[in-house]
Design a protein around this ligand. Sequence first.
Ligand code: SF4
Ligand code: SF4
Length: 180
Amino acid sequence: MDPQRQELYEVCQRNGVGITVMKAFGGGDLLSAELSPAGKALTPYQCIHYALTRPAVACVMAGARSMEELEASIAYETAGEEEKDYAAAFASMPKISWQGHCMYCGHCAPCPKEIDVAAVTKLLNLTKAQGSIPETVREHYGALKHKAAECAACGACEKRCPFGVPIVENIKQASRVFGA
Ligand code: SF4
Ligand code: SF4
C-alpha cells in the first residue's frame, strides 16, 4: 500500500474515524489478470474482504454495471472464509512483494490460544506508527478476548502466514507494549 495512504488509514483508526472505501475493484482492473497492476486477477469477494480488513475501514461501496455484478458483491455477506481469503492470491502476485508485511488477512488462524493475530498485529502497528498507545487502540486491545501474553510461542501461526511475517516476535512485542 502507498505509505501515505497507509498513514491516513492508521490516523483514522487511531482517532475513531470510519472510512468508506470506493473503487475496491480498481474500476474493474483488479478483477482482470491483464489489467491488474499486480499481474493477477482477484475475485470480488477478495477485493471487498481486503478493503474491509484495512485499519479504520467501516464499509465498501461496491460499484456495479449490472444486476449480476451487484448480486455478486452482495453475496459477500454470505460467502465462506475460504472464498474471502485473499492471502494466497496476494502472496503469489508476480509484480508486488508483501514479504514481512502483515496484510491482516487472518490466514494464520486458528491459534490454539485463540489469539486473534491479525487484530493484535494491527493494533501493534498502529501503536508503533504513533509512538505511544492511542486511547482507541488501548480500548480495542482491552476488548480482545485473548491477549498476546497468552501466546505459547508454538509457531503454528508463522507456518501458515503466506507473507513471512515474524508473528511470534510481533506477539511478544505486543505483550510488552500493551502489558497483557
Ligand atoms: S500474520 Fe500473516 S497470516 Fe496472519 S494476518 Fe498477518 S499476513 Fe495474514
Ligand atoms: S505462536 Fe502464539 S499466536 Fe501463534 S499460534 Fe502459537 S500461541 Fe498462537
